[in-house]
Design a protein around this ligand. Sequence first.
Ligand SMILES: CC(=O)N[C@@H](C)C(=O)N[C@@H](C)C(=O)N[C@@H](C)C(=O)O
Length: 670
Amino acid sequence: QAIRPLSQEDVFRLEAAADPQIAPDGGMVAYVRRSNDIATDRTRSEIWIVGADGSGHRQLLPGEGETGSPRWSPDGAQLAYVRTHDETTTLEVLTLADGASRTLTTLPAGQSGLAWSPDGTQLAWAAFRPAAGPAAADLPERTEDMDWAAGAQVEERLSFRFDGAGELPMGRQQLFVIDLAGGEPRQLTDDEAGAGGDFAWSADGRALYFSADRRPDNGALAPDSELHRIDLATGEIETLTGRTGPDTTPRPSPDGTQLAWLGYDDHRMGYHNVELYVAGPDGTGPRSVTAELDRSVSAPQWSADGRMIYFLYDDSGQTRLARTNLEGHIEIGLDDLTPPTFGRPYTGGSFSVSMNGHVAATVGSSIRPPDVILMSPLGDTRVLTSLNEDVLAEIDLAPAEEIHWASPHDGLDIEGWVLYPPGFDPAREWPMILEIHGGPFSAYGPTFSAELRLMAAAGYVVVYTNPRGSTSYGYDFANLIHHDYPGHDYDDLMGAVDHMIGRGFIDEDRLFVTGGSGGGVLTAWIIGNTDRFAAAAVVKPVINWTSFVLYSDLPQFFYRYWFASAPWEDPEEYWRRSPLSLVGNVETPTLMMVGGADLRTPRAETEQYYSALHLNGVPTRLVVIPDSYHGISNSRPSRLLTKVAEILRWFEEYDPAAQAGGSEPEAAND
Ligand SMILES: CC(=O)N[C@@H](C)C(=O)N[C@@H](C)C(=O)N[C@@H](C)C(=O)O
């Protein structure tokens, strides 16, 4: 079979493994298999199972709808999971011995978290409970046969919308528990302060530890959750932490003598390292066991003997699985954990540990979406799935090349990756796309990205980087942009371009730049500072910091951590850092793109810049992705394809080589 570039249709053929749950005895792994359905243009999730020796790989729960959140009972005899069908979500339990499933209850909207009690007799979760909000003003009496317009939405909360969810109804997340023996779910928390899906059972099964910000009016305050413990018999809630800074992800040790969790002391920096703490079961005597690591950690899980805690952290653009003893001695277990998304190459991944120390994790690479891998206690690994062997065998994909260069600003070492087009020949000159990540406190890495691969398949050398401000290089590197963003990250990015030009195969007249969210900020900043790019595509940017910090879905967050003061206190600083302040310099033909329902970087940001470019006579085009929230590419598969196709179409229209009748990059999938 002839090998060919990645095509648009391939996005509907690729699959990814997520949420691998190893059975307590390590004998098998249940995981969520994600695939993109071309008929419905949706990403489907289904639970599959595979033996630790790779045998018996099959879909576990065929049937109507989709399945997810597989969770083994402590004895491994049952698997709880969630099924969604026809907009109804049910909590179901499979008995492995006879393959029979039964429905325990229907779950309300907004369910999150699912955990077995240690004795296997109960399951707990969190779900949204509505509450009354401020009433609208009185109007004349209405009868049922009248057809009036909807009543006014009256709001008194600061945070009343959230990207990905939309307008937030009044109410709170509360904790629930159900007996496996039968009966109705019992609501554990029932107050205005609420709880959330971030919880764990105590070792004796008599309490739940949970993380929540239970301060009145917490929506307007700096984010600061604490750990709490609720006694299941009495309903009494005890608060265990109190420092300024979030405390999350409570994990009691298997014998109940210690409590591990995540958090940090909040110094109002743009970036804080999330650390792993260990304390007594009531939170007393906390100490960080990852203070020396200088990286953010996530997903802590105790070993069965209570001597180790496994966790994830990002390092130089890759997600690693490591474990620490209680003295903070850290051992690295696995590299290359990979998230199940096909959009941009952000870091991520997930894992679980069995009672006998075997680990299941999602591992992939720049040329392979994640599969399930098993690691023994001795560190031997075995790949249990090969979800994309058939598709990948047809496609021309070379691994991402890692590059480094010295920032022209201060000589700082900066890391990036290059994707080469199929048939790349360094003796020729090639057009280049610089693609910039958002956050800005996040990291790219050598993980599979259909979005960037489609750009390379269209004939471009694609460069993506982790400029200063990126995570996975430590506290100081990330905070080099503290209250200075955009700033010298611009120089790091220009250093990437110069580094690539210096290698002799990039056509300097055919440079293109794009980026989304924080990457959209930097793309707009770049074209305000230089005319060296032939065309740009600014995706879901912040253009005007004053409008953004007051209109995004996190008004309590951005002005506090990304600026020293509020916009009305220092309007000059907000303007100085706004790409809109430089729009008068722009001559680069610039495409603007945003999700129509984006609440993180609302569409008004994109539209302001589009209007300004138009008014200044700069070639521009506005592309709105209907109904899409901020995460355009990972919401519906066709949106990923639309995003790439519109960007490439724009670049081709302004490619000097194409205008001169020379060599055009090939279309992504023509
Ligand atoms: C890490 C992170 O994303 N932080 C948030 C506060 C955030 O939503 N930032 C956005 C402005 C952003 O740039 N998001 C990135 C991840 C994106 O690519 O959408």
